[in-house]
Design a protein around this ligand. Structure first.
Ligand code: GLA
Length: 527
């Protein structure tokens, strides 16, 4: 199934090195709109005093609740009970601690706090109709470094006209206004509570992919489960945001560990949501787990993808660390089962061969050197994360559909019947993820990135399609036409791959393509 993948062929792959997911603290989970100047300052103090800053948590984000309405010139004012001196002294204080300051606003008119927390002064304070002036206010005048932009005000209930605004238009316009004000490096978080569509990576540094998280295992688990299939969209230094952390807010230690570890495995922003001034030692220890933080902050900027689903409630994830196609990988076993369970995986399933050095990062234990497979007992609601260092990297023979980026994928409009991943019984009788409804419009495509070949050369590409319920498709390898795959050729083509990472792109501008299960790659010489 695999060929050896020699490290020497991969030197060219180490050019990745992206800005990593945002780390810090945000006021929302514990305080909702009940924030004020001294509270925010005390959290900044505690960020430093607890040593969290030294672990990389460098943002203090002021969420909803600071607004005081606009003055007669349309300028922002602050809630005078909460921020009597405005925001600038607070931002300056945060900066004086060597930290970055995060702001909050809305892409439409009224904020979510106006709607859900009776925060009356948050009326018509969003960016809508004020893009340039607000960009100036937040960044030039007040000095914020980051902004989370919500969307309640873009929905009919949140603006005077009762309009449903276009997410893409609003966030793109706000991004442009921030750039035009001279702040292209300001990170914008798109907060639209579901994966908004592939345009988001042009406007946002990160984007929320779930409804609001809340304390308690069920909420955290449900939130996490919405992010499991989104690995292809965290790419090039842009990230899926699973929402602010509920660590230290009432779950068991094992559940807190799963929450934190999986946010790291999935390369989500890490925004602490508990009160830092009263944080418990065991919470602090978990949040300061530098080995897990390194998984989140890996410079490749990858979100781990599902490599095996054992059951509805048990999954294994994998991603490269440090070097694309190298011998160091992260493997995670995640279980939301209410029972303890046994996990096992063969190292060649995660593309590693020979002897493998294994360290488990949640408990922080060296498991020594192993060969063949890894077995591990995972407690109920538990997660174990491994740093694997193999002797050899093996060349992968199959890229499954759910590892592919679908340009038309989005979760805002469930009726749009756009490209998505469906769990269906495949040709081999097993349930597997598929890519459905791709194509039928210009620019609607499926893309496997980073298809790794050790030495390059001619390959046979066999597309596994099930059922053949649609049309064939054009195949491009590294941007070059490799032919049209259809029943006529048994969905099999030959193409040349280069040594290192390749792209394989499937498209059909005229018709929806048949459902794709994956692609199998075989060097042509071995046929
Ligand atoms: C929305 C967001 C939350 C929070 C609140 C503030 O619900 O999703 O994260 O910012 O608004 O009102």
């Amino acid at each position: 199934m695999h060929r050896l993948f020699f490290a020497s062929a991969l030197v060219a792959l180490s050019a990745y090195g992206y800005e990593t997911p945002t780390m810090g603290w945000s006021s929302w989970n514990t305080y909702r709109v009940n924030i004020d100047e001294s509270l925010i300052k005390s959290q900044a103090d505690a960020m430093v005093a607890t040593g969290l800053k030294d672990c990389g948590y460098d943002h203090i984000n002021i969420d909803d609740g600071w607004f005081g309405g606009r003055d007669e010139n349309g300028r922002h004012t602050t809630n005078l009970k909460r921020f009597p001196n405005g925001l600038k002294p607070v931002v300056d204080y945060i900066h004086s601690k060597g930290l970055k300051a995060g702001a909050y606003s809305d892409a439409g008119e009224n904020t979510c706090g106006w709607k859900w927390d009776n925060d009356e002064l948050s009326y018509q304070v969003g960016f809508y109709d004020h893009d340039a002036a607000d960009a100036k206010f937040f960044f030039t005048e007040t000095g914020f470094d980051f902004i989370k932009v919500d969307f309640c005000g873009g929905l009919p209930y949140g603006n005077a006209k009762g309009e449903k605004m276009s997410e893409r238009e609003r966030y793109t316009a706000i991004r442009k206004a921030i750039d035009a004000e001279g702040f292209p490096n300001v990170r914008m978080n798109i907060c639209r509570w579901a994966y908004p569509g592939t345009w988001a990576s042009e406007a946002g540094f990160s984007w929320r992919v779930t409804p609001d998280i809340a304390e308690g295992w069920e909420n955290v688990r449900n939130t996490l489960n919405e992010g499991l299939l989104l690995a292809p969209y965290a790419y090039g230094g842009h990230y899926n945001d699973l929402d602010m952390l509920e660590v230290g807010r009432g779950m068991t230690l094992e559940e807190d560990r799963t929450h934190f570890a999986m946010w790291c495995v999935l390369a989500s922003p890490l925004l602490i949501g508990c009160d830092l001034t009263t944080i418990k030692p065991e919470t602090l220890e978990l949040l300061k787990n530098r080995e897990l933080i390194a998984i989140d902050q890996d410079p490749l900027g990858l979100q781990a993808a599902i490599v095996r689903q054992y059951a509805d409630d048990r999954y294994a994830f994998v991603k490269d660390l440090g070097k694309l196609g190298g011998t160091v990988r992260c493997l995670a076993f995640y279980s939301w089962s209410d029972e303890a369970s046994e996990f096992e995986i063969a190292f060649d399933e995660v593309d590693l061969g020979g002897k493998v050095k294994v360290r488990e990062l949640v408990e922080g234990v060296d498991l020594g050197t192993m060969e063949g497979k890894l077995s591990c007992k995972v407690p109920a609601h538990g997660t174990r994360v491994f740093r694997l260092e193999g002797e050899k990297r093996l060349e992968r023979r199959r890229y499954p559909a759910h590892w592919a980026f679908l340009s038309g994928y989005q979760e805002l409009d469930p009726d749009a019947r756009t490209a998505n991943y469906g769990l269906v019984k495949g040709n081999n009788g097993k349930y597997q993820y598929t890519a459905r409804r791709v194509g039928g419009a210009e620019g609607d495509y499926l893309l496997w990135r980073d298809v790794l070949s050790e030495a390059g050369g001619e390959y046979v590409l066999k597309f596994d399609v099930f059922p053949c319920d649609g049309a064939g498709f054009d195949v491009e390898v590294n941007g070059e036409n490799a032919g049209f795959a259809s029943k006529a050729c048994d969905f099999t083509l030959k193409a040349r791959l280069k040594a290192g990472p390749n792209t394989i792109r499937l498209s059909n501008d005229a018709e929806k393509m048949c459902t794709i299960c994956g692609v199998d790659l075989e060097p042509a010489a071995q046929q």
